[in-house]
Design a protein around this ligand. Sequence first.
Ligand code: NAD
Length: 476
Amino acid sequence: MRTVRIVAILCDDVGVTMIAVENPATEEVLGEIADSGEAGVNQAVAAARAAFAAGVWARKLPSEKEAILWRIGDLIERDREDLALLVTLETGKTLKESRGSDVGGSADAFRYFAGAVRRIGGRTIAADGPFSVASQREAMGVVGAIVPWNYPLCLAAWKIAPALACGNSVLLKPSELTPFHALKLAELLAEAGVPPGVFQVVNGYGHTTGEALARHMDVDKISFTGSTRTGRRLLLASAESNLKPVSLELGGKSANIVFGDADPKAALRGALWGIFSNQGQICTAGSRLLVQSSLHDEFVDRLVKRVRGLKMGDPRQDDVVLGSLISKQQMERVLGYIKTGKAEGANLVCGGAREGNVGCFVQATVFSGVKNSMRIAQEEIFGPVLSVIRFETEEEALAIANGTSYGLAAAVWTSDLKRANRMASALHAGTVWVNSYNEFDAAVPFGGVKQSGFGRELGQEAIEEFTTVKSIWTAQ
Ligand code: NAD
């Protein structure tokens, strides 16, 4: 077993709150971190502002910034196993998942945005009068990046990489449940050449450290990924402080729609991994599986057979595909929803219970006969619980899919290209996959509509999130 050096936090403040961090798969304490709180945030914001004002990063040559961001990608790959192990120890997810989605996804983001540095520009504008008018995109200043625990490294990189590419100083607030990988990442950024003060980690609780960041008068932007509930608080914090722009990547209740003419093997794989990747703790989880009547019974039977064969256990083992949930609290929440599903009259066809009595393992669970009005079809469970809903027609499928307060993602499985196009246009979601599920790429914008949030991460669109536009009028 590899060991990982965990960066120690030096804490001179007396009376600082320490947070114990557990490995949810074993319930062992991994270590402690200090809650930065308001004092820590004030200190970090001052350093970030000073670095920004001094121009140590913002005024570096674009080609230098590009080289440093690319190097970060290389260093992430060099230390891939350490980072993956840290993420697995903190989250309970499988090492395979940590290596692929967290490590792979974060290296890809730094490399993509290395390339974006030299594409940040403006335009010349034909305005009336004796002027030449141009617009330019400029760094915002100090950016607060607040991220959740489910894909902690990757989601942090989705914010840090574009924010740095645009010349900002960045303060990362990881979840209090997953703080250590972020410290390792900070080491790598420093090694790559990011100057002091330009990137810092402020660990701590949401209601203390997160709130202090969100309410700080000298933070110019908050980029948030997390729950809709916290998203609302951040908008309030902005309204009650300096009206900083806030972008929100929130929850979802995505519809994975399988038509009778779909390739059944591919659709089955998509249904399975759409919900059970990362034990269902993924914002785009295909947690509502809509299956057309003509295919329904056979499809559900085959799905359940596959689900029963999924190996759950020690997330560090190569053959394990289902690891632990993030915490006891999350496990209780998920088990509570399973109880609700039964009480609402849905058919529990497999799973439905905790696995073992150590760690936060919940069996892969499938409900059939679900009605879209049920709570298990409307509320984000964020666990390995699939709600199967039967439908007859395309119109009905569309009405069910759009019948939610969320709008993060959706998928359509069909061999009819015209239907695929019709559905892709009519689905009210930030991402639609056709005959695929949970595909991501740093070049492709990602975000939600309705209560899944607003703003876009990744792609050229992310540059707009971390810059302001200045118009310059020059009299001729
Ligand atoms: P959460 O909202 O509880 O916490 C997210 C982050 O916000 C954490 O760092 C937390 O400490 C911080 N926070 C909490 N309260 C805060 C406050 N008052 N002020 C400032 N910061 C605060 O979410 P979670 O439980 O960590 O993550 C699960 C949620 O994240 C799910 O709803 C999931 O759908 C969502 N998510 C969305 C996406 C996406 O891209 N749309 C991706 C992953 C997860």
